[in-house]
Design a protein around this ligand. Sequence first.
Ligand code: FES
Length: 111
Amino acid sequence: MTNGDGGLAVRARNFQLRIGVDGTPFAGWPDRDLLAAMEAAGAKGVGVGCRGGGCGRCRVRVVSGEYTTGKMTRNHVSVEEEKNGYGLACRIYPRSDLVVIWEPLQPGTPR
Ligand code: FES
């Protein structure tokens, strides 16, 4: 795809994503989930599992920023937790710069 001046079209605005407040920022886009952006950048800090919203390994708490979420199991993030900023990194799509912290459920955590 090209833009009006014949150059390559510039992808929609990207955002700065961080794992942890002091984490090294990496680029994210509204159409790429947080986990995929982390992996594409070679960044680390969130566990990777199914990449499909089912295993819960990538469960995070969003410290700051705006985002939307895709379909995910309620086995790992309840509706109440989602309201409080929890989500699955593979189902979080940034809408601004984001800071998240990896907070996987501990084994045996009652659901
Ligand atoms: S990697 Fe399995 S739910 Fe995100």
